[in-house]
Design a protein around this ligand. Structure first.
Ligand SMILES: Cc1cc2nc3c(=O)[nH]c(=O)nc-3n(C[C@H](O)[C@H](O)[C@H](O)COP(=O)(O)OP(=O)(O)OC[C@H]3O[C@@H](n4cnc5c(N)ncnc54)[C@H](O)[C@@H]3O)c2cc1C
Length: 380
């Protein structure tokens, strides 16, 4: 097994890390007011980050998945704005990927270039008030009227919803068939009957706007149905394999940066006449942070390799989501504790990772749900 990077991969990572440090990281603290601007999104698009593994004919760079993951890691290492990098990953894995896999030629040509260039924001709408973990209990309906569908329902907790130019929304076209009666729709922002809510305040990831998508007799052209009628379950499951595998790709970069900064602090900060890193209770925490980082990488790279080979990533994506979500949260708490009072004060920008990482044990299926999936795949 070869764990080395090619020269091209190393060059790409250096370039993306440098871009993130220079262009995206400055202003992170000021951006903690629930939004980031389109200019930033367009810069990320222009660098070929959003479209990294989308074919060139649809506005992407046509890179393999593993190389893309390495680049996303570098993005998070260079930019401390976890809300921004989460938004990038959310759009790539849960909107662009399903369009790439299930979209018609016309849909790919119409939507992917705008998403890849950063001209458009894309959202993925599944969760509803009565269907969170119990995903397929959703109530949103889509009834055929001529060549259109009329959608009614409300999606909540949707990342980028308040600014989304395009939303991938799941609805039932055949309620009597349960999860097998679901279909997926690509809804453009000016579609009559669609309302994007105001930004909802939340605990962390504050620069990334989150809100509701409300559909009231929302008339969606049949040409905007993604995949065949009834294919919603397959599309959602496919999206989740990608999202769960890589939604934390940039947060792994954050964990690397967090570890470097914590080691530097533990060497520099002196108490009782010695660096605090000499105390085993501090160094043990740092060893745990290193272990979480390295195991996070292994799981994520294996998921990337599996998907590059066209394999089934059900197990590895659940393992990856569970371990990376819990790992980033645990390491963020360790980093805060090691920094002492400094770790708790907002001005030092250590505590932000705790608030940002907390969301990762909930979105894309909670840790409890990932454990259930893993157990089920083991035959329990
Ligand atoms: C920051 C953030 C971003 C999000 N972005 C999106 C998005 O872009 N698109 C989208 O569609 N959704 C999004 N969500 C919604 C997210 O996917 C749901 O919040 C999540 O799936 C949990 O659903 P719920 O909130 O209804 O909790 P519930 O399902 O009500 O769960 C409540 C508690 O019960 C536990 N629980 C539930 N069922 C079981 C079970 N069978 N076994 C064991 N424990 C169980 C859960 O683990 C949890 O602890 C986002 C959420 C957050 C916080």
């Amino acid at each position: 097994m070869d764990f080395s990077r090619t020269e091209a991969q190393q060059r790409l990572c250096d370039e993306i890390r440098g871009f993130a440090r220079e262009k995206l990281d400055p202003g992170t603290a000021e951006r903690q007011v629930e939004r980031f601007g389109r200019e930033l999104w367009e810069q990320i698009g222009a660098r070929g980050i959003l479209g990294s593994c989308v074919p060139e004919i649809y506005g992407g760079r046509g890179r393999d998945v593993l190389t893309t993951i390495l680049a996303m890691e570098a993005l998070g290492e260079g930019c401390r704005d976890n809300g921004l990098t989460l938004g990038v990953n959310g759009q790539m894995w849960a909107v662009q990927e399903p369009i790439q896999r299930f979209g018609s030629e016309e849909q790919k040509e119409r939507f992917l270039p705008k998403l890849c260039s950063g001209e458009w924001f894309g959202a993925h709408g599944m969760s509803e008030a009565t269907s969170g973990s119990d995903t397929f209990a959703l109530k949103t309906s889509a009834e055929r009227e001529g060549s259109d569908y009329v959608l009614n329902g409300t999606k909540i907790y949707i990342g980028l919803a308040p600014v989304a130019d395009l939303s991938l929304v799941f609805a039932s076209t055949a309620p009597d068939k349960g999860r097998w009666g679901l279909s997926a729709f690509l809804i453009e922002k000016d579609t009559p009957g669609l309302t994007r809510s105001e930004v909802k305040q939340k605990m962390g990831l504050t620069s990334s706007p989150l809100g509701d998508l409300v559909m009231e007799n929302c008339r969606v052209p049949g040409a905007n149905r993604l995949g065949p009628e009834g294919a919603g379950l397959s599309i959602f499951n496919h999206s989740m394999q990608w999202e769960r595998s890589f939604i934390f790709a940039s947060h792994v970069g954050s964990m690397a940066r967090q570890l470097d900064e914590t080691v530097a602090f533990a060497k520099d900060r002196r108490q009782f006449g010695q660096p605090v890193g000499h105390f085993q209770s501090v160094s043990n925490r740092i060893a745990d942070m290193k272990l979480r980082l390295e195991t996070a990488r292994l799981l994520m790279y294996k998921a990337a390799w599996t998907l590059d080979q066209g394999g089934d990533a059900s197990m590895i994506s659940a393992l990856s989501k569970l371990h990376l979500g819990e790992g980033f949260f645990a390491s963020s708490i360790d980093a805060m504790r090691i920094h002492g009072g400094r770790g708790y004060l907002t001005q030092y920008e250590v505590e932000r990772d705790v608030r940002d990482s907390a969301g990762g044990v909930i979105y894309s299926g909670t840790s409890d749900i990932q454990r259930q999936l893993i157990a089920r795949l083991l035959g329990l």
